[in-house]
Design a protein around this ligand. Sequence first.
Ligand code: SF4
Ligand code: SF4
Length: 244
Amino acid sequence: MLQQVELYTALSKAEQNNLFTKLAEVYEALPNTSCTGCATCCNWGSPPAFFIEYLNLYKYIRDNQRSEWQGIVKKSAEYFYLELVDPNQKCPFLNDDKKCSVYEVRPFSCRSYGLLSKKDFETGNRGLQQLAKKLKEDYDLVIPQEIIDYEIPWCDKVTSDVGSYMAKSTLAGYAAQIGTLDCYYFPQDLVDQEGSLLPYPIHLANTVLSTGARARKIKIMKQYTEGSRELLDGILNKALDFQF
Ligand code: SF4
Ligand code: SF4
């Protein structure tokens, strides 16, 4: 698990070192894309984001969507607890009208989706087999097979303003540039192993929920698979007290 970073200290460090400007420069280097907007890619779960991208999201919500904060915390905390046991969990930032509510600060994963050719796109499931086996052995917790097997599809509906797919190495280079910004917070080794890449709602839970609340994840997952949301709802209600 990623070590906990104090949110306000992290935001100050980002401001002092112009990290948000550097992040914007990487985003701006990517081609503009368009697609049919079906939102299928936002429905499989929440894609991974670097920690600096999460800080960028947090700042954006603080400055632009303050009135929606409680709903964001609730949906994100629910995602944190249920992503492995509820196949209906989708990215918490997807609106009912299939639009991204944080489009301006969506992470690199979302921005780069559709920029690789089918040959270069890494299909495959999320490598949950080992984790599912361990959760079954240690806690008798059963992860639904459809969650274990789900594969992120390649999409052929994306067009970009450069008119062609990007080289995999170029895209990896941009991702590495964002990774260097995470090195202001975490050891280089961990960043290199993609240890600071987590879905936005997981970053949010790591910085907003208390250690005690996060430690109850397995218990909440287990209770949920047994048909009860009692513990989950108690924690979600408490999480709403978090203030910016
Ligand atoms: S990238 Fe593809 S899957 Fe995602 S919203 Fe656009 S058309 Fe749909
Ligand atoms: S952050 Fe936005 S674009 Fe990315 S998966 Fe979520 S809703 Fe979709």
